[in-house]
Write a protein that binds this ligand. Structure first.
Ligand code: NAD
Ligand code: UDP
Length: 331
């Protein structure tokens, strides 16, 4: 099916999970490009605050609801980001995590099918499991423990990829799958539990940095603005893009190096507190972004130091805010 022409100002784009860390940046960038946005989110791991500044904006509509229940209407595009993403969040209710990823993706695919629009599925580097090939390119099939604690997330996302691909095969929906590697930035919740929100908050509070395991495991961190640029290119590039595309920053560092960097950037002398490594925690992760470069002309531009400083400054501003409840006259 040829990709429908997307004109700014026409039907809205649906962003499921739009109140989350990545989702609200995506909403902002879409509106800046002239697309009205409908954000569907149940606020289970997102933040009402992330989208509060658009209350009353005619280009933005927030629908509080579960992705599993679908949504009426037709759209110019559908992005499905609705899923808990932090291990501390997706492990709270693993059955719900699986249901969200399978039934929620199915419901959003039905919306895209009805709308005859492009569908973008937010998949994850987690689908590669604890990889035994490095860096990970899209043709690597992964090493996933299907009965481990992380399976609710990584197997849920694998099933979501299969569903997405089958909606293309069976119904001709113009689907795109983005495999997102570790992404950080402004707008995380304080209870997120992922490594950068944890380390930054700990460093700013002067509390010891919690390194799980010996800290030699690696990740490759992408700032959210780079990631969103990749998502927008994947959405709007004409033609057929049926295979998954990795989006991430190939700058690989160990967790211990990340801790040192955050301590230095925050000028904190908080120490290190070594904790147990969670089961099935991947030892190395780094994206091969050759496909994104070739198909989308995309590469990350924001260095880790710059992205971390933006994130640290956001947390500093957030920590300095006076809660509304403490302002005189506001209860
Ligand atoms: P996040 O938790 O900040 O955002 C997820 C959003 O989805 C939240 O606003 C949450 O309330 C919403 N949500 C969850 N379950 C829902 C449901 N059943 N119905 C409606 N809304 C629901 O996480 P994020 O880091 O912004 O991740 C966004 C997407 O990107 C997720 O799909 C995640 O799997 C994917 N991803 C993120 C990363 C990363 O490093 N940040 C890496 C790989 C993939
Ligand atoms: N991690 C850590 N301390 C923390 C949080 C995470 O050492 O306070 C480690 C975690 O064990 C993993 C890496 O940092 O090896 C990245 O974890 P995160 O939860 O951010 O992402 P994921 O494991 O999903 O890549």
């Amino acid at each position: 099916m040829p990709m429908p022409q997307i004109e700014p100002g026409a039907r809205p784009v649906l962003v499921a999970g739009g109140a989350g860390m990545i989702g609200h940046h995506l909403c902002r960038h879409l509106m800046a490009k002239g697309f009205p946005v409908v954000c569907l989110d149940n606020l289970s791991t997102g933040h009402r605050e992330n989208i509060a500044s658009w209350d009353g904006n005619p280009d933005f509509r927030f629908v509080e609801g579960d992705v599993v229940d679908g949504l009426a209407g037709t759209f110019a595009g559908v992005f499905n980001l609705a899923s808990p993403a932090a291990p501390d969040h997706y492990l709270i209710d693993p059955v719900r995590t699986l249901r969200t990823n399978v039934m929620g993706t199915l419901a959003m695919l039905e919306v895209a099918r009805r709308s005859e629009c492009v569908f973008v599925q937010a998949s994850t580097s987690e689908i590669y499991g604890d990889p035994d090939r490095h860096p990970q390119s899209e043709d690597y099939l992964g090493a996933v423990n299907p009965v481990g604690p992380r399976a609710c997330y990584n197997e849920g996302k694998r099933a979501a990829e299969a569903l997405t691909r089958d909606f293309r095969r069976q119904y001709g929906v113009e689907t795109r799958i983005v495999r997102i590697f570790n992404t950080y930035g402004e707008g995380s919740r304080s209870d997120d539990g992922r490594v950068i929100p944890n380390f930054v908050q700990q460093a700013l509070r002067g509390e010891p940095i919690t390194i799980y395991g010996d800290g030699r495991q690696t990740r490759s961190y992408c700032h959210v603005d780079d990631l969103v640029e990749g998502l927008l290119r994947l959405f709007s590039t004409p033609g057929t893009i049926e295979d998954p595309v990795n989006i991430g920053n190939p700058g690989e560092i160990t967790v211990a190096e990340l801790a040192e960097k955050i301590l230095a950037l925050t000028e904190s002398d908080a120490g290190i507190d070594y904790r147990a490594l969670p089961q099935d925690d991947p030892k190395r992760r780094c994206p091969d972004i050759g496909r994104a470069q070739a198909l989308l002309g995309w590469s990350p531009r924001i260095s880790l130091d710059e992205g971390l400083m933006r994130t640290i400054n956001w947390w500093r501003r957030k920590n300095a805010e006076v809660p509304a409840s403490q302002i005189a006259g506001q209860g």
